[in-house]
Design a protein around this ligand. Structure first.
Ligand code: C5P
Ligand code: C5P
Ligand code: ZN
Length: 503
C-alpha cells in the first residue's frame, strides 16, 4: 500500500486514479498549452513511462466540444486529462456515459456545474461536478489558484503511480515550475500543498529553496537589465531606466563585466550581492518606496538543483517563461522535450522562441500603456484585436495590472481575436477553422479582490454563455471564448456580475 503522498487529503483520489491507469492497455494523455500544462504532461508522461503504461501525448489550447469529440473518436479507451478536464466535465461526462472513453482527470480548475453534466457518471461535491477518477484540490477544500497547480495535481498522481521500488519525487522540480508559472505564489512563496511538494523536492535533492534577491532574471539577465526590469518594485531612477541602472551600479564596487561578458546576479560573489542589495534597499528608502515593496525585493526563490547555473532552467520562474514561449506558439513538442530533459536541439529552439515571446510581451504591454483601458463601473478592459496573440493576451492582462493607467483595484478584461492555428499539427481536432469569428477574453484579478468575493471563473462562464460562448478558470484568473461582435454585451454582463460579487 502506498504512503499518504505529499497531499494526504488527495491520497484516496490519487490512488483511485492510479489504479485505473494501471488497468489501461494504453492511455491518451491530453494537456493544456501553458507552462503548467506542459509541466503537467512532463510529470504525467514520466510517471506513466516508469509505471510501464503505454501512452501518447496531445496538447490543446482549449478543450471544447469538438476537441473532446475528436478524442472520443480516437482509439483510446482511457484518457488522462491534466491541467484541464474538470471545467469540461459537462462535455466529457456525456462521452463517458456513452462509453466513448473513461476519463481520468488531474486538474485544479473549477469543475463544471453538476447540473450541466451527465448524471450517469457525475455526482455533486460542494457544488462542483465530480466523477469516479478525479483528482482536483477544490473537491477537498484546497485552493486551486494558490495551493495546487495542474502540475501539482499531476505530481500527486505520479507519486501514487510509483512502481514498488520507484521514486517519483524528482518530478517535484517540474511541479514547482508549473505552480510558479501559474502565478500561485502568495507574497513570493508557495504555500499549502505546493509547499509540501517543494519539501519533497528538497528532500529528494531536486529543488533548492533559498532566500535571495526576488527579481525576475537572476540567472540570465545582465545585472543592469535585471534592475531596469524590476517593475514589481518600482525604484525611481532605476526601474525602466537602463542608464539609471548603470549609473547606480557604477557607484558600487562591483565589476559589471567579466572578460567582456555582462555578469548576471548568479555570477556575483556573496559579498558583491550583499553590496548591491544594500545599496538597492538604501536607494528605495531614499526614494520613499513603500516598506512592504522594499521587503519584497528579498524573498524565497526556488532553484532546480540539477540544472546548470546561469541558464533559464535553473530558476523556476525563468523556466516557466521559456515553456510558455513554446506551447503558446504551437510548439508544445519543444517545451515538452525540454521538460523531459532534452538539453540539445529542443532547448536551442526554445531559446529562440523565448526571444520572440519576450518581444511580443513587451509590445503588448506598450500597446496597453499607450492606448489605455476603458473603465466601466466594476471592470476595466481593452481590445487588442489581432495585435496580441490570443494565447498570450492573458499574460499581458496580468502584467498590465499595475502598469501606468491601469488600476490594480479593478478586475481587467482583455480581448483578442482568435486565430485558428495555421499548422493544426498539434491541435487535437486539427481544424483549420473557417468557423464563425470568435474572440478570446482573458480576465485577471488580485488576491485582495478575491478575498472581497471576486470569482472570475463564474463571471467568465456566465457572461460568455449568455452571449453564446463558454469559459471558466480560477477565481483570480479566468478566460472565455465569445462570438465576435458580442464584446460590448459581454463587458456589460461581466460588469454587472463583478458588481454583484463585490457588493
Ligand atoms: O490554465 P491555468 O490554470 O494553467 O492558468 C492559470 C493562469 O492564471 C495563468 O496564466 C496565471 O498567470 C494566472 N494566474 C494569475 N494570478 C494568480 C493565479 C493565476 O494571473 N494569482
Ligand atoms: O487564457 P488565460 O490565461 O486567460 O486563462 C486563464 C485561466 O482560465 C486558465 O486557467 C485557463 O485554463 C482558464 N480558461 C478556461 N476556459 C477558457 C479560457 C481560459 O477555463 N475558455
Ligand atoms: Zn494550471
Amino acid at each position: 500500500m502506498a504512503s499518504a503522498g505529499p497531499v494526504p487529503d488527495l491520497a484516496e483520489r490519487a490512488a483511485t486514479c492510479a489504479d485505473r491507469l494501471r488497468e489501461a492497455e494504453a492511455v491518451l494523455l491530453a494537456s493544456h498549452i501553458d507552462a503548467d500544462g506542459l509541466t503537467s504532461a512532463g510529470i504525467a508522461s514520466q510517471a506513466l513511462e516508469r509505471a510501464g503504461i503505454p501512452f501518447e501525448t496531445v496538447f490543446s489550447k482549449q478543450l471544447d466540444a469538438e476537441e473532446v469529440a475528436a478524442i472520443a473518436a480516437g482509439e483510446y479507451d482511457t484518457v488522462l486529462f491534466t491541467d484541464f478536464g474538470s471545467g469540461q466535465l459537462d462535455i466529457i461526462s456525456r462521452h463517458a456515459a456513452a462509453g466513448d472513453f473513461t476519463p481520468v482527470v488531474a486538474d485544479h480548475h473549477q469543475p463544471a456545474d453538476p447540473e450541466d453534466c451527465d448524471p450517469a457518471v457525475v455526482r455533486e461535491v460542494d457544488g462542483y461536478a465530480d466523477t469516479q477518477f478525479h483528482l482536483n484540490p477544490l473537491l477537498e477544500g484546497i485552493d486551486g489558484s494558490s495551493e495546487l497547480s495542474g502540475a501539482g495535481a499531476a505530481y500527486v498522481l505520479a507519486r501514487a503511480l510509483e512502481p514498488e521500488k520507484g521514486d517519483n519525487r524528482d518530478l517535484a522540480a517540474l511541479a514547482v515550475v508549473g505552480a510558479v508559472g501559474d502565478m500561485q505564489t502568495t507574497d513570493g512563496e508557495l504555500v499549502g500543498a505546493n509547499q509540501s511538494i517543494v519539501d519533497e523536492g528538497v528532500a529528494a535533492g531536486a529543488i533548492e529553496e533559498t532566500v535571495d534577491l526576488a527579481l525576475y532574471g537572476t540567472q540570465t539577465r545582465p545585472l543592469h537589465k535585471l534592475l531596469e526590469y524590476s517593475s514589481d518594485v518600482d525604484i525611481p531612477g532605476i526601474t525602466n531606466d537602463e542608464n539609471g541602472a548603470l549609473r547606480f551600479l557604477d557607484g558600487l564596487d562591483v565589476e559589471l563585466k567579466d572578460e567582456g561578458e555582462w555578469r548576471c546576479w548568479v555570477d556575483l560573489t556573496d559579498d558583491e550581492r550583499q553590496t548591491v542589495f544594500e545599496a538597492l534597499a538604501q536607494r528605495a528608502i531614499e526614494k520613499k518606496v513603500r516598506a512592504d515593496r522594499i521587503d519584497s525585493l528579498f524573498g524565497t526563490t526556488y532553484v532546480l538543483a540539477d540544472e546548470i547555473e546561469g541558464t533559464e532552467l535553473r530558476d523556476v520562474s525563468e523556466f516557466s517563461t521559456l515553456l510558455n514561449a513554446t506551447a503558446r506558439y504551437e510548439r508544445a513538442d519543444v517545451g515538452l522535450a525540454v521538460c523531459l530533459g532534452d538539453r540539445g536541439e529542443a532547448l536551442d529552439r526554445a531559446r529562440e522562441l523565448l526571444q520572440n515571446h519576450r518581444r511580443n510581451l513587451s509590445q503588448g504591454i506598450e500597446m496597453v500603456e499607450s492606448e489605455g483601458v476603458t473603465k466601466e463601473e466594476h471592470v476595466q478592459w481593452f481590445h487588442a484585436g489581432d495585435r496580441i496573440r490570443e494565447t498570450i493576451v492573458g499574460i499581458v492582462a496580468g502584467m498590465a495590472m499595475g502598469a501606468d493607467g491601469v488600476d490594480r483595484g479593478t478586475p481587467i478584461l482583455a480581448f483578442a481575436e482568435k486565430t485558428d492555428d495555421s499548422n493544426g499539427d498539434e491541435d487535437i481536432d486539427g481544424d483549420e477553422g473557417d468557423e464563425a469569428a470568435e474572440v478570446k477574453v482573458s480576465s485577471r484579478g488580485t488576491p485582495s479582490l478575491t478575498r472581497r468575493g471576486l470569482d472570475l471563473s463564474t463571471v467568465m462562464r456566465e457572461a460568455s454563455r449568455a452571449v453564446g460562448g463558454d469559459g471558466g478558470g480560477h477565481d483570480v484568473a479566468a478566460g472565455a471564448t465569445v462570438p465576435a461582435g458580442t464584446e460590448e454585451e459581454f463587458v456589460a454582463l461581466a460588469d454587472e456580475l463583478v458588481g454583484e460579487q463585490l457588493a
